[in-house]
Design a protein around this ligand. Sequence first.
Ligand code: BGC
Length: 678
Amino acid sequence: MDGIKIKKGMSDKEIDEFVNYALNEMTLKEKLDQMAGGGFFKFLIADRKFADRAYPTGGVKRLGIPPFLFTDGPRGVIIIGSTCFPVSMARGASWDINLEERVGEVIGKEVRAHGGNLYGGVCINLLRHPAWGRAQETYGEDPFHIGEFGAALVRGVQKHNVMATIKHYIANSIEDSRFKVNVKMDERTLREVYLPQYKKCIEEGCATVMSAYNKFRGQFCGQNPYLLRKILKEEWGFTGFVHSDWMYGVKDTIGGITGGLDVEMPRAKYYGKKLKRAVEKGQVPMGLIDEAVRRIINTVLQYTTKEDPQLYDKSLVACEDHIQLAREVAEKSMVLLKNENELLPLDEEKLETVAVIGPLADMKNTGDHGSSNVRQNNIITPLQGLKNLVGEKVNILYNNGSDITAAENLAISADAVIVVVGYTYKDEGENIPFFKSGGDRVSLHLHKQEIELIKRMSKLIPNCIVTLVGGSAIVMEEWKDDIPAILMAWYSGMEGGNALANIIFGYVNPSGKLPFTIPKDPNHLPFFKRDIEEIEYGYYHGYSLFEKENLIPAFNFGFGLSYTEYEYKNLKVSLENEEIIARADITNIGDVSGEEIVQLYIGFENSLVERPKKLLRGFKRVALNPNETKNVEIKVNVKDLAWYNPESKTWEIKETKYTILMGSSSKKEDLLITEMNL
Ligand code: BGC
């Protein structure tokens, strides 16, 4: 079979034939080499850092099979010099999946420019509780919304022949216990709340899956046959490969391979020699090895033999266009939570002095320092951004707030004060053994010193704006009522400071909306404990829990203000070809242009089976000039109304009256409502 050679533009059939040929040719050792990362520590020592280049695994030189070359994310490509975007949670707040696809494209191009071909940065774990240390790496609390974003990122990245990895499959949402916690949940919760976002990404054609460290129903996710074999590979027909998470997401040789794990990362601890021995002893059939190797080689060839849409030169990395996109994302993701008496936008013509105060005002603070850390030094801080924009006209004062009296003395003469507070990698992030920073948050409140700073500033200067930095909900009850304007700015990437200045001075109209609920009281949230051996995840969390319990949040899921106002009218629904089509007229009734995020929820209050009161099933970002009206249409596939019946193991739609709700947030008062029989 000398004739079979790898070449560009191979058809699926040709790849298949090649894989058959390769499986015949390869020695057991060559096969096992595909199934585990090789030489991780050598790689680290040789390159000093994990972020210098992509990490290679597998490949067979004599047959021309390329390795897969892994690099991380999700706030860009972690390799030195790459574009640093706002974190995923910020992007989720943009509710703009076209934008996310464009982010994906930039990431795909930069992975290629760095010589990689696998991007391990599509994190779609559900935000069950805001204390989760890696909350910033996912998109929010709602599985539908996360799924749309994950799929968009996959689409964008894979356009450039980079394999995307969705992670961490599944229920990885307590950082400090991630290596040990056993997560339990019933079948409906699994199917309706924790799996849909993964399924959507698999349907989008995502090439690879990273298993989670934690246990699911008593078995580690990296060797969990129910998750990996039954659901992912059998039910969903996933044809790519599964690799483990990196600090040993698999705990035994036979359990891993029979459980459905194709690749052990980052090196062979339980695979490699141990797996060889198990095969030789007849404990593991060769068929299982071949199945895994087939998946790996097939996937790698699908991507590496495809014709590229362009060339990927190093000059693409953090080029001007990519930096511009980072700014656009930051501008579209910031959420204006409060704006009494239209304090914002500030008017640079009317102000003489603005004081920028707080520990994060001039800090390069792009988020976690764990595996998602994009090594980019060119970061515009809030202070720098404000100086760049209005520094020539407005006198900008700065104090880091560590000495509150000094900050007061400085701010006393200012016309307005911008306080920048919140978190850094020290407060929240990945839990890496021996790292002192990161892990789950110990508190959902701001630090005491910051609360004191806010209170003192608010007494001194009525025009006080609080800018919050962080990756998920911050409880604000101690100070919220004292402050006229609050802006959630997130970890906003390399251009965050410029974006912030554009919003504060009205060059950009804020349009982001919360991708999670902000509670008034942490006790309103589901049970969460940082150090825990076992936990049950319930059917309700986020807005579905608040609505079930009739709890009033501080800020609702989907909420965000603008410098203009939108009016919703004339909600109409129809059913065409298994699709619910909802339309409403939305008018910009203010006097500046803006972009509104229109949300569609389906209400299940008449359901015969227990369901949440309502669930998000569609959203759209719409640009509107003053006085402009658009008839906005959102379609929902009827099958997306189904619930999972654990008895019959099927998705069911009971004939019932549904409510269709369209509006500007999940809050009842913000939604038009109509009914529909199905
Ligand atoms: C993280 C993953 C990451 C991997 C490789 C792990 O510890 O959980 O998200 O992709 O390291 O850096």
